[in-house]
Design a protein around this ligand. Structure first.
Ligand code: ATP
Ligand code: MG
Length: 523
């Protein structure tokens, strides 16, 4: 590995004091060396991108910095040149380290204000929490990142983008006795559309300009070049590159990431599937929370994209079709059968599969093993009276682990919580694809998935469509929509405001359509 180490030829400008110095830090889980003798230096005011394939060790680095994981003996971490005690979230906080974790770490059943106060502390008097003060503090924290959310709303009711905003606001809470030295963001933009990504990057730049060091983890390589001064590349827990961002281009970075060159998946044929095939899905006049009268037909082989800014209805439409969210009006007909509102089990029976954007709470069971998570979507097939055939279960799951390249190799018996974020997303794919659904509904299907694996998952989606499934994809990633879809519905205020087909299915045109409608609405 060390032979692949690249160092900068240009010295990185040194600004005192160094925000973060990591030296020789390793982490071994039972059977897995997640991180090996890792080094990293971030100057004050520097934005440092940490990139690497799924499972390469990025979140492990972050969890060591936050005090969640205790590293193997031997290494050291200095924050503003003060040694950090390992395994102590309190020490990490008082050294000025702030985090936006990959799963955001919010408590769904609590209010926005309470979630913010978990870090900021609850204002109390005579043992009672002062709610008014709590709310106004929350509003201040939210305003700092440009958010206007009612502090009393439950986190469970927020959109993915709003949740990210709350997690960022929480990380940037100002505490004069422990000023921020290092801001760490683990894939903060996984479910954010372009405009909100821009806003977040603006916030990150402003934070860095105040002399805070920023460690930024992302799979979106465009962001790396937009924001980072310096890049560190991890592969299998080893640092394989550390260089200024201006010394490498996108293709070079992909080569560093995966060790070979990658062809982008080609856009699907612009031709629509034949009109004479009976539609698999007919949705008529759908109304629901955030949806105000959407109609749509999907035929076999059709790949339809759903685009729109946050709050446009993009995040709700597919879960309404599936029945995970109730509709108040309209009809959903799958292969001729009318689906009742709010009945996912009926939708599944009719051949519908749904991959939700929120894999942690809706998509998977993090305490169950990979094997259990995959097989649970259809146990009947594995049933050999009078019990489940574990032999069949193992055989089928290992086929999927190989097909989707789920890592590590021993993932089958590991609890899902021990898999990296991107690998959890692949498990979710396996869970639903094994049912060979007729209608595949997907929200943010490749969130957190690395650039190589994303191409593989895109091929799986196209393969399902080629085999006759109808596919609908809602995504904040316009490149993804352009690469996969025959046509795109653009939503605004819960209505379809544009329908892009043929040569208009490009990332630029999709972004324009989302933003143009936004300007018209005057928001
Ligand atoms: N609690 C755990 N127990 C066992 N193995 C673990 C645990 N947490 C992480 N790992 C393993 O450590 C390795 C690194 O995981 P990590 O989460 O750091 O990857 P990552 O680079 O953040 O990937 P992604 O881009 O998919 O989020 C993986 O092989 C993962 O399965
Ligand atoms: Mg991760």
């Amino acid at each position: 590995m060390e032979t692949q180490l690249r160092t900068s030829t240009e010295p990185i400008p040194y600004r005192e004091p160094t925000a973060l110095a990591v030296r020789g830090v390793s982490k071994t889980f039972t059977g897995t060396a997640a991180l090996t003798s890792f080094d990293l230096t971030i100057a004050a005011g520097e934005v440092h991108a940490l990139v690497g394939e799924n499972g390469s060790g990025k979140s492990t680095v972050i969890k060591i910095l936050s005090g969640y994981h205790q590293p193997d003996p031997g290494g050291e971490v200095l924050v503003r040149e003060r040694p950090l005690d390992f395994g102590s979230p309190d020490a990490s906080y008082s050294h000025g380290c702030r985090f936006v974790h990959q799963d955001l770490g919010l408590i769904d059943a609590s209010s926005v204000a309470d979630n913010l106060a978990i870090v900021a502390g609850f204002p109390c008097r005579l043992g009672t929490v002062r709610r008014k003060e709590l709310r106004s503090g929350a509003r201040r924290d939210l305003a700092r990142v440009g958010l206007d959310i009612d502090p009393d709303r439950l986190v469970a009711t927020l959109s993915p983008a709003e949740r990210t905003g709350v997690a960022v606001a929480r990380a940037l809470h100002e505490d004069p006795s422990h000023p921020v030295a290092l801001l760490v963001l683990d894939e903060p933009t996984a479910t954010l559309p372009d405009r909100e990504v821009e806003r977040l990057l603006g916030i990150v730049r402003a934070v860095a300009a105040r002399g805070v060091g920023v460690l930024y983890v992302t799979h979106r390589l465009d962001e790396v070049f937009q924001i980072a001064d310096t890049i560190t590349v991890l592969r299998d827990g080893h640092r394989v590159a550390n260089l200024p961002a201006c010394d490498v281009d996108r293709a070079g970075l992909i080569t560093l990431l995966i060790g070979s060159e990658l062809d982008d998946v080609h856009a699907v044929s612009a031709e629509l599937p034949p009109e004479h095939d009976a539609p698999l899905l007919v949705a008529e006049g759908i109304e629901a929370l955030h949806i105000n009268g959407v109609s749509l037909e999907i035929r076999p082989g059709d790949v339809v994209g759903i685009a729109g800014i946050t709050g446009s209805g993009r995040e709700s439409l597919l879960s309404v079709f599936f029945g995970a969210q109730r509709r108040t009006a309209g009809r959903v007909i799958v292969q001729g059968a009318l689906l009742p509102s709010g009945h996912p089990a009926r939708a599944m029976k009719a051949g519908v599969a749904y991959i939700p954007a929120d894999r942690k709470t809706l998509g998977c069971f993090v305490d169950l093993t990979t094997e259990e998570n995959v097989s649970i979507s259809d146990l009947r097939r594995l049933w050999r009276w009078p019990r489940l055939s574990h032999k069949r279960e193992r055989a089928e799951v290992s086929k999927w682990i190989e097909r989707l390249d789920i890592r590590p190799g021993a993932a089958a018996a590991m609890p899902l919580s021990a898999l990296s974020g991107g690998n959890q997303q692949k498990v979710l794919f396996a869970k639903w694809l094994r049912r060979t659904p007729k209608l595949l509904l997907m929200d943010e299907p490749t969130q957190g998935v690395d650039v190589g694996a994303k191409a593989d998952l895109h091929l799986e989606i196209l393969r399902a469509a080629r085999d006759g499934a109808g596919v609908a994809i809602s995504s904040s990633d316009t490149d993804e929509l352009a690469a996969l879809c025959h046509r795109i519905l653009v939503l605004r205020d819960g209505r379809v405001v544009a329908h892009l087909t043929g040569s208009r299915v490009t990332a630029a045109e999709i972004s324009r359509a989302c933003l143009a409608t936004d300007e018209r609405s005057g928001t």
